[in-house]
Design a protein around this ligand. Structure first.
Ligand code: FAD
Length: 471
């Protein structure tokens, strides 16, 4: 019995549902990754480059174990048809299916076609989330819109049904690589070397496992206390591995569940639930990438000032916490969660720029880009989602900085021009006197930009814009 294991965003051998089943149920397995031209953008973004760098790394690490990950370009159906013509014994295809968006439609069509036209049986597995998007429903069978009741039910379901990581499996004796030619060059073309500083040292299953082990041993217990302070770096940094599947969500959940009870552990597990929640919301609102889920807020009178958008993207707004955050995003491809919230609030409320612009920019820049979590996060910040921050609770960027970066350590790391200024001056930079500008050699408008908006006025303007829609 010959099977195809179709890898997508599950780039690992360990704790991989579909791979495990493929190995167990087949005599020979063809390991394949397909570059789908419909999903590839021409302007290799950081997001795209990072993903394909992980694919290449996966291929190279398999090669060290004498395993071949076949790289092909084209439509899945055409490629599987070709494989079947060369290897008629292929009767099954294993995959970890996509519950949402383009991937969901592609998977459904592919499964139907392969079964009807080629007699190939598809075996789809749920692997990307802890809970299927359709698993947790209200008593009347409808979907939850609000996180907290969803979370309570989610927790109960976890107790009934623990999800331990799968044991390792031996695959080398089963793989079939011939007689196919590889399209490795197509893959390499998708990796923009200019971006590589952002992620080149941290690819692969082993790095992902080390990151998890380090987090669970040293940071988990303090997670609840440290997670909001960018300078403390108290979060796991697992998002990029979860996005590529270099680590399994079950492995993460399992490692954390085994630790003694603590507030850190409880808070972390709650974050994993947000991931499932947004996955679920994305499946019930597939159009939310371009549209406010909350119909009340579909016609916000955005100002969409292009120059202010550029200042936001480049980190030249004159608000130190915003600018430092955007530097972190631009330089590393990752952004601390507290800062994602602050910069998203600033863009949508202080600048009244459409949240979809910010969502799109994050899509280009984030190595952990995930549409469900990104759109969910942006709609939360813009107050347009199912369970969002109320529109009148607007983050003050100065107060947020004072609270979550009290010594301005994070700000100074990313904005060297402010290194000489004491933290309390940075947190009130809009009031920096001429004498202080001279004393610390930070001339506003020259060494560091003046704030591009007056926060107090911008806040009032945003509230009025949102409130009018409710009138
Ligand atoms: P940790 O704090 O260690 O959390 C562990 C894991 O829990 C994360 O890796 C992630 O998988 C999950 N998680 C944590 N917080 C959230 C959350 N609020 N929503 C969903 N899942 C969460 N996360 C992405 O993975 N991809 C995105 O594209 C993305 N875009 C975002 C955009 C905005 C505007 C906001 C406010 C949040 C976004 N998030 C996104 C959620 C969150 O910021 C990141 O998951 C987190 O910062 C990743 O760092 P970490 O792995 O160290 O997180």
């Amino acid at each position: 019995k010959t099977s195809i294991m179709w890898f997508r965003r599950d780039l690992r051998l360990t704790d991989n549902q579909a791979l495990q089943a493929a190995i167990q149920n087949s005599d020979q397995v063809i390991l394949i990754f397909i570059i789908d031209p419909q999903q590839v953008q021409n302007d290799a973004s950081v997001n795209q480059s990072a993903f394909f760098a992980s694919v290449l790394h996966f291929k190279e690490s398999l090669a060290k174990d004498n395993l071949t990950l076949l790289i092909q370009t084209g439509s899945v159906i055409d490629i599987v048809t070709e494989i079947k013509a060369k290897v008629p014994s292929v009767g099954d295809i294993y995959l970890n299916f996509d519950e949402r968006g383009y991937g969901r439609k592609r998977d459904q069509q592919t499964i139907r076609y392969l079964s009807q036209k080629l007699g190939i049986v598809a075996h789809p597995f749920l692997d990307f989330t802890l809970t299927s998007a359709s698993a947790i429903k209200k008593q009347d069978g409808s979907a939850y819109q609000i996180f907290t009741p969803y979370y309570k039910k989610w927790l109960t379901s976890k107790k009934d049904q623990p999800l331990p990581a799968l044991a390792s499996i031996e695959i080398s004796h089963k793989q079939l690589a011939e007689p196919f030619t590889d399209h490795l060059d197509d893959l390499k073309k998708l990796i923009n070397q200019n971006h590589s500083y952002a992620y080149q040292d941290s690819l692969g299953e082993q790095q992902a496992a080390n990151t998890l082990a380090d987090f669970v041993s040293h940071k988990l217990v303090y997670y609840d206390q440290n997670r909001d302070f960018p300078a403390l770096d108290g979060t796991s940094h697992l998002s990029r591995y979860l996005r590529t599947g270099e680590i399994s969500i079950r492995t993460v959940y399992d490692a954390v569940s085994r630790k003694p009870a603590s507030l850190g552990k409880e808070t972390f597990i709650k974050e994993l639930c947000w991931r499932d929640f947004y996955n679920m919301i994305y499946t019930i609102y597939p159009d939310q990438k371009n549209q406010a889920v909350n119909t009340k807020f579909q016609n916000i009178p955005w100002i969409n000032d292009e120059a202010q958008f550029e200042a936001w993207k480049n980190g030249t707004t004159g608000f130190p916490i915003i600018d430092a955050a955007m530097q972190q995003l631009n330089q590393t491809g990752w952004l601390h969660n507290r800062l994602r919230m602050i910069v998203a609030s600033f863009l949508t409320k202080d600048l009244l720029i459409n949240w979809t612009w910010g969502e799109q920019y994050f899509q280009e820049k984030l190595v952990d880009y995930d549409p469900a979590s990104n759109i969910g996060g942006w709609q939360w910040a813009a107050s347009t989602g199912t369970d969002s921050v109320p529109y009148f609770r607007i983050f003050n960027p100065f107060t947020q900085a004072e609270k979550f970066d009290p010594d301005a350590q994070f700000i100074k790391q990313y904005i060297p021009a402010l290194a000489a200024l004491p933290a309390d001056k940075i947190h009130h930079i809009d009031r920096l006197s001429d004498a202080d500008q001279q004393k610390y050699q930070v001339i506003l408008g020259k060494d560091y930009p003046k704030p591009i908006v007056d926060h107090a006025l911008a806040r009032k303007r945003a509230i009025a814009s949102y409130k009018n829609l409710n009138a």
